[in-house]
Write a protein that binds this ligand. Sequence first.
Ligand SMILES: Cc1ncc(COP(=O)(O)O)c(C=O)c1O
Length: 357
Amino acid sequence: MNNNLPNRHDIPSFWRPHGENAVFLHLGENPFPPTDRVRKAIIQASEHANRYPDTNCRALREKIAEYAGHGVSPENIIVGNGSDETIDLAIVSFCSPDGPAAIFTPTFFVYEFAALRHASPVVKISLAADFALPDRRSIPTDLAQQNYSISFIPNPNNPTGALTSRACLIDYLEHWPGIVVVDECYYEYSGETVVDLIHDYPNLLVFRSLSKSFGLSGLRLGYAAACRSIIEAMERHAMTFPINVCAQAAGIAALEDAGIYQRRIAEIIERRDKLQHALQDIGLETLPSYANFLMTLWPAAWMEKQPAKQLADRGVLVSDQTMNMNLGRPALRIGIGAEDENQRVIQEITGIFQKNP
Ligand SMILES: Cc1ncc(COP(=O)(O)O)c(C=O)c1O
């Protein structure tokens, strides 16, 4: 038994305390409920819940391929129970004891979590000072010259919201060892993709999710796109029935409603920019974001004052990324919610600033 694994009940991000007026902005969820078409699809699919789902998710993969465009075919797609599952599958399929996984820190904690779960070695490489992926040539030789089996690059990054340029990603694809994962979980917010490059780079594995842009976090639906040989290797390790009937039907319906979701995303981006200005007016530093959250950096003097806890006490849950960012000052990731929730964030932060001058 591996007792070094973190217990999920100890991870603050997973807390969801009950409370009448609580505002949940700590998990980067989409504030909009599913569209009517998605709701109807879930109800219809539930009528067949006595039957096993399509193990190959054929209809869903066809819809995803059509949505992804750029000549991506269903054979280039594998779906997972959330991108979390595709991360796990990638570790299981490609990592080996003499081929560590590389992660660029600060980053999304699940890459390391999944590697630990499968006893796969992990090497951490620091991001550049502006939180972009470091120029490959600037990485110290002992870190650059390892026999990586897989490297995880979220683009945009979580928790910073920073975007890495296409040119930089191509440089890694051409020179970095092993499989290069470009995790486009927030693709619809950034509008930037390298999915078109799966035809040119047999080492490229792109992840996407329906959690953030299509608001299906609760149904768990993610997918990966890559050349056939990568997808085939992952298929061998996949569960027999990973995606339930409701999630498959909801995924298809959500992609059919892509136009509606696109308009909602534009609205969330507008709200993000508005919230960013308001937070800056209060005196908080915020990093530029290409995702559906803002990374706020607090004055170092606030380290002892635990602003995330103070906000939680006032019913506003945000993600405390202070340890992950490791800047010697509190770093709080705040998801973009409904208009009244964003107002509440401003109100409560103003309140704790007044209480702790
Ligand atoms: C970069 C990144 N990848 C993947 C995920 C997981 O998404 P899913 O809900 O599809 O498992 C997240 C969730 O926050 C994320 O930030």
